[in-house]
Design a protein. Structure first.
Length: 374
């Protein structure tokens, strides 16, 4: 890297950081429910140790750091408390792992015995592994094993494959480390988008964590396309820089908890647990939107409106969508009032979107329909 990785500032291209790389590592574990955090220091230990201590981590210095990473692993496991049942191991330059990955690994470790747990995304293992404490003696007795820790863990797996498990996660960042200045710039961009999933991570959520029925998937895909098209229409006409990908992933996932009581809140909780707070806030508002005409249109409003423009997997106009609902619940006065309130809100949002886009909803959604039918 040419600079001390641990203290590089994550943020706008590395120029203005919300926190350092090391502080982000510590924060992700705390958000994942891990409180006992240890930082093994080596090169420029005074500087690294000061930041780690201020963040509440315990310090272990490895005077033999120049001999390689394995010496730091040995120093770390040697300082673990006697009552430790398992531990995570994370190199500092893999700081963009999501807190949801930590939670999923911890839950799996608690549910069934294992010596090694690996997070898996897109068919590949990544960081951090969760290791049982009974591996500490084996790690400690080897000074510099050929191949490092990877060789030792591979030997454990060969001897006891039933005690090694893979845990599916929705986190591409388990594979992302920062070895070069170019990697770091890319990492800063990822850091700014860490609170909502990519489309590939959405697919992992739906494939492995929270599957949806076929009809729900078809509805979500169409809502995603409509929300993205509304976003792009506004960006073309104005100086706005709304995020089409954010619109699409939230459109795809908005009904992820459909069938559960207050499904919008349940879906938001699931996404927050995975570390996707920004997406969670949008999903939570797709049914009832706390918006007034003096507020700007954001991705949240676009996903909300797109949901109202799609029935099943078909694009419809607002009147058709809400008249069907009113007819269905005509004998329930409370439901009718709620539906009329949502209809009025949808009309207000639609008018604001059309004003910003300089196009009618019909024109924008016709282009979506034509593209989907090709």
């Amino acid at each position: 890297m040419g600079e001390l990785k641990a203290l590089l500032p994550l943020g706008n291209g590395g120029n203005v950081g919300e926190r350092t790389v090391l502080e982000q590592c510590l924060a992700l574990f705390r958000q994942g429910g891990v409180e006992d955090l240890m930082v093994v220091t080596g090169h420029r230990s005074d500087e690294v140790g000061a930041v780690a201590a201020l963040a509440g981590a315990r310090l272990v210095h490895n005077p033999d750091f120049a001999s390689g990473m394995y010496s730091s692993i040995r120093a770390g496991v040697g300082a673990l408390p006697d009552q430790c049942s398992g531990f995570f191991l994370l190199p500092v330059d893999l700081s963009l792992v999501r807190c949801g990955t930590i939670k999923l690994l911890t839950q799996s470790f608690a549910q069934a015995p294992a010596r090694i747990l690996y997070p898996v995304f897109d068919g590949r293992r990544g960081h951090p592994p969760l290791l049982a404490a009974d591996l500490i003696p084996a790690i400690s007795q080897h000074e510099h094993p050929q191949g490092g820790l990877r060789t030792l863990l591979a030997q454990v797996e060969a001897e006891q494959p039933e005690l090694v498990r893979e845990v599916q996660v929705a986190d591409a960042n388990i594979h992302f480390d920062m070895d070069t200045p170019e990697d770091f710039i890319a990492g800063c961009r990822l850091f700014g988008r860490r609170d909502f999933p990519t489309m590939a991570e959405c697919q992992a959520i739906l494939d492995h964590l929270h599957p949806m029925p076929t009809k729900g998937l078809a509805h979500g895909r169409m809502v995603a396309e409509v929300a993205g098209a509304l976003c792009e229409a506004i960006n073309r006409r104005s100086a706005r820089t709304l995020d089409p990908e954010l619109c699409r992933v939230c459109g795809w996932l908005h009904d992820i908890a459909k069938g559960n009581r207050q499904h919008e809140e349940q879906g938001a909780r699931w996404l927050r647990d995975l570390g996707f707070d920004r997406a969670a806030a949008i999903v939570a508002a797709h049914k009832d939107l706390p918006w007034t005409v003096d507020m700007p249109i954001s991705e949240r409003e676009l996903v909300h409106l797109a949901d109202k423009l799609v029935r099943g997997s078909r694009i419809v106009d607002l009147s058709t969508r809400f008249e069907e609902k009113l007819s269905l619940y005509r004998d329930d006065p409370a439901a009718v009032r709620a539906i009329r309130s949502r209809f009025d809100q949808a009309l207000r949002v639609a008018a604001a979107v059309e004003a910003e886009a300089g196009q009618t909803l019909e024109v924008i959604t016709e282009m979506v329909g034509a593209a989907c039918n090709q």
